[in-house]
Design a protein around this ligand. Structure first.
Ligand code: KIV
Length: 262
């Protein structure tokens, strides 16, 4: 079995040019599949609110819910690094609360790192976490917890601000940074000018790695998915076919047959 992925390993991958491949996960069976397939990093994203809980934004998910889903994900991960996503207001109110909540992910869920959204504005929080030994994955650009402030899920184009955010999270000790909803040329400039790995989502091909929301890339999500999502499977369609066939067979008495009876 390959060694578990660590922040040090991700740094080595950036240096050697090996792409980092990450996915979100929220539960044991999907985490097990992704881990066995060779995914390097599993993020238990607060996108849980939207893809699992059916909410319109990520804002409502709680610390307890994130800890529960991170724990059932981490149980399945033998090699992938598991990162717990800090939900809205779990790290913005005070540094003390941020440390306590970040610590819960490591103590209670089996995650080995946390992610939080924001650049320069949260750099002191990132520094406080890394100083007590909590590895932090930063997240800049389109930060969904600020959806109302951004006026929707919008691509972020302020080159100077994005570069400054990337520099500040690196200086604060983040081991990597998610770049979300950023034009390719800006992501490339960031990737070329910082020493920590960049993991892109809707940020083009120049990043050191990529992450997608599992339910979007497997075709489980219904309704609109963003332009940057490529569907690698159509699981919703397959599941619907299976469920419809089951209904039909029970109703016409072809299930259960002898093979499925005692
Ligand atoms: O919550 C999430 O799934 C995320 C990824 C989209 C990076 O933050």
């Amino acid at each position: 079995m390959p060694a578990a992925v660590t922040s040090r390993k991700l740094m080595e991958m950036k240096k050697s040019g090996e792409k980092i491949v990450a996915l979100t996960a929220y539960d044991y069976p999907f985490a097990k599949m992704a881990d066995e397939a060779g995914i390097h990093l599993l993020l238990v994203g607060d996108s849980l609110a939207m893809v699992v809980q059916g909410e319109a934004t990520t804002l409502g998910v709680t610390m307890d819910q994130m800890i529960y889903h991170t724990a059932i994900t981490a149980k399945a991960a033998k090699t992938a690094m598991v990162v717990g996503d800090m939900p809205f207001l779990s790290y913005q109110v005070s540094t003390q609360e941020a440390l306590k909540n970040a610590g819960r992910f490591l103590k209670e869920s089996g995650a080995t790192a946390v992610k939080l959204e924001g650049g320069a504005a949260v750099s002191d929080t990132i520094r406080a976490m890394t100083e007590v030994g909590i590895p932090v994955l930063a997240h800049i650009g389109l930060t969904p917890q600020s959806v109302h402030q951004m006026g929707g899920f919008r691509v972020q184009r302020d080159r100077d601000r994005l570069m400054e955010d990337a520099r500040q999270v690196e200086n604060a000790g983040a081991f990597a940074v998610v770049l979300e909803g950023i034009p390719t040329d800006i992501s490339k400039e960031i990737t070329d000018n910082i020493n920590i790995p960049t993991i892109g989502i809707g940020a083009g091909a120049a990043c050191d790695g990529q992450i997608l929301v599992l339910h979007d890339m497997l075709g489980i999500s219904s309704g609109h998915v963003p332009k940057f999502v490529k569907k690698y499977a159509e699981l919703r369609q397959h599941a619907m076919e299976g469920i419809r066939t089951y209904i039909e067979e029970v109703q016409n008495s072809t299930f259960p047959d002898e093979n499925h009876s005692y």
